[in-house]
Write a new protein. Structure first.
Length: 237
């Protein structure tokens, strides 16, 4: 037992080192999300309850879809063209992109909406906005400073039931990507009729290969000054 003690003491530090979306703001209204590590059977939230926010290390991991979260009892209504702001209680890493994805639920309920198949598209992303990979000039650096990320639902998007997935890809360890994705359930309203197709769509897990230069990166090697986010281009409608 004595040998176990240092491990137990180290555990809270590991928990504190990461982060996840914990609430959402739409039109001035805050929607509680999940706070992590103790899924509640009847939590009245719009977010799919993730079991923990330890990093996912491979883009093909099954948990990439919604960090292991499968359903939530509630959804939030949002008009196409309106912004949704994701809020993190804490976030620690400053290198790597923010990518915001959506997925049209094929049926009329969220229950059977499992995020499988080639149905995910990006509505927003920010990779490196400066010229040094080894800087804090990244989307996740903005989340570090503000603990928020605001994205516009494309104004032309067809109304319906959608998952929204906020993904932070932390690149602070050379060639050791860490993915932090969470999903919430949205009822998109409006009079749009557009849906993305073709190269805008991807499957999650595995929206890119693990060796994609946007995923397998050494930000400290000092050569590259540009960065391309992995996965499809952003669809703006
Ligand atoms: C809405 O989201 C877009 C990004 O999609 C952002 O550029 C803009 O600043 C946001 N607007 C507000 C009011 O937060
Ligand atoms: Cu972390």
């Amino acid at each position: 037992m004595q040998l176990m003690l240092p491990l137990l003491l180290a555990a809270p530090a590991l928990v504190a080192a990461h982060g996840a979306v914990t609430s959402y703001i739409i039109g001035g209204k805050t929607y509680a999300g999940y706070e992590g590590f103790s899924p509640q059977p009847n939590a009245q939230i719009i977010q799919r309850q993730w079991p923990d926010y330890n990093p996912i290390m491979t883009v093909t991991d099954r948990r990439m879809t919604c960090n292991g979260g499968t359903s939530a009892p509630l959804s939030a209504s949002i008009a196409a063209g309106e912004n949704i702001t994701a809020v993190w209680k804490q976030w620690t890493h400053q290198q790597g992109p923010v990518m915001v994805w959506m997925y049209a639920c094929p049926g009329s309920s969220f229950q059977g909406c499992d995020g499988q198949g080639k149905g995910w598209f990006k509505i927003d992303q920010m990779g490196l906005y400066g010229t040094s990979l080894n800087s804090n000039d990244w989307g996740t650096g903005v989340v570090y400073k503000t603990l928020k990320w605001s994205s516009k639902i494309p104004a032309a998007l067809k109304p319906g039931k959608y998952l929204i997935r906020h993904e932070l890809l932390a690149l602070h360890q050379a060639n050791t990507p860490q993915f932090y994705p969470e999903c919430a359930q949205l009822d998109v309203t409006g009079s749009g009729s557009a849906t993305p197709s073709g190269s805008f769509l991807a499957s999650i897990p595995a929206y890119a290969s693990q060796s994609d230069p946007g995923i397998m990166v050494d930000i400290y090697q000092g050569k590259a000054t540009t960065y391309k986010c992995p996965g499809p281009d952003v669809w703006t409608g």
